[in-house]
Design a protein around this ligand. Structure first.
Ligand SMILES: Cc1cc2nc3c(=O)[nH]c(=O)nc-3n(C[C@H](O)[C@H](O)[C@H](O)COP(=O)(O)OP(=O)(O)OC[C@H]3O[C@@H](n4cnc5c(N)ncnc54)[C@H](O)[C@@H]3O)c2cc1C
Ligand code: FES
Length: 283
């Protein structure tokens, strides 16, 4: 089944970057910037929530970044970038009006048909909120097509919380069950403190058909998965997004290979059931 999806995703045009313009850059934290990017003539990117693009900074290099806005908000798209090395540092030096190369959308995102009509629970930790924000926006924009919607988000401390304007809006909505926590509160923090699994006690009982998405650092993933499985959610209804070093993004170089699987083509979104069959996926 994975191989079939891979064939469908392979398109030759994905080798050539399109020159795209940065419309705005917004500081999120000391390490993360949010880029709003438009393709020529406001062309939609045509992505699915959970997909990524390869961002090219000419003369420096390319890196994979998750698309953090929903396809329902189509005339531009968002990328939330953490500064870690060469390419991301150069990206952080760019501003409105500058251009970057974009290849994509790439990879396999969330299979929305599996989510429609169901209750959805999303659990995000740290930068893991970026890849799932596209799905969150999609669900909120198409709210009538989904059942109960819960979102749990955890960050190490208040200064690392991403998308603060979203957090305020989500807290005010009556049609979603949103809770946020920080591991280490500061003196000004008035919210919940503790690791993200402590938020599970705020949830209503989960219907067994609930679709659950977990994206965050490996240690968080491990403990959240235990909470979810303890609530009798089948492994095939539990989704996550896997990060691996990538070069080509289109199944040619093997950099992203885990066991027999090319994460750039067959992922980054996998069900927990699929991942368990891939030795090394959790390393
Ligand atoms: C599918 C996918 C989606 C991603 N989405 C995002 C996103 O939305 N926002 C974001 O900020 N980053 C995201 N990343 C990670 C991002 O691609 C890397 O941080 C980036 O490639 C680093 O490039 P660089 O040239 O700045 O750093 P480099 O100079 O290449 O590396 C600097 C340091 O970061 C480490 N590193 C590099 N890439 C990775 C990686 N993939 N995983 C773990 N460590 C890494 C290196 O080992 C090194 O220690 C994603 C990665 C993948 C595979
Ligand atoms: S990044 Fe080249 S094969 Fe996946």
């Amino acid at each position: 089944m994975i191989a079939e999806r891979t064939k469908r995703a392979a398109r030759p045009s994905l080798y050539e970057p399109v020159v795209a313009r940065i419309r705005s850059v917004t500081k999120q934290t000391d390490s993360e910037m949010l880029f709003d990017i438009a393709l020529p003539e406001g062309r939609p990117l045509g992505h699915q929530p959970g997909q990524f693009v390869q961002v090219l900074v000419p003369g420096v290099g390319e890196c994979p970044i998750s698309i953090c806005t929903s396809p329902t908000r189509a005339d531009s798209f968002g990328l939330c970038v953490r500064r870690v090395g060469d390419v991301t540092a150069h990206l952080h030096g760019l501003g409105a009006g500058d251009t970057v190369g974009i290849r994509g959308p790439l990879g396999r995102g969330f299979n929305l048909a599996e989510f429609i009509g169901r209750d959805v629970l999303i659990v995000a930790g740290g930068l893991g909120l970026a890849p799932v924000r596209s799905l969150i926006q999609y669900i909120l924009d198409e709210r009538a097509n989904f059942g109960r919607f819960s979102l749990l988000y955890g960050a190490r401390n208040p200064s690392e919380l991403l998308f603060r304007a979203d957090l305020v809006r989500w807290r005010e909505r009556k049609d979603m069950n949103f809770h946020v926590t920080v591991d280490k509160p500061d003196d000004d923090w008035r919210g919940h403190s503790g690791v993200v699994t402590t938020l599970f006690r705020e949830l209503p009982a989960l219907d067994p058909s609930t679709r659950v998405v977990v994206v965050g650092p490996p240690v968080m993933f491990k403990f959240v998965v235990l909470e979810v499985l303890a609530r009798r959610i089948p492994q095939k209804q539990l989704y996550c997004s896997l990060e691996r070093r990538m070069k080509c993004g289109v199944g040619k170089c093997g950099h992203c290979q885990v066991n027999h699987v090319y994460v750039c083509m067959e992922g980054p979104v996998f069900t927990y059931g699929e991942l368990k069959a891939i030795r090394e996926a959790f390393e």
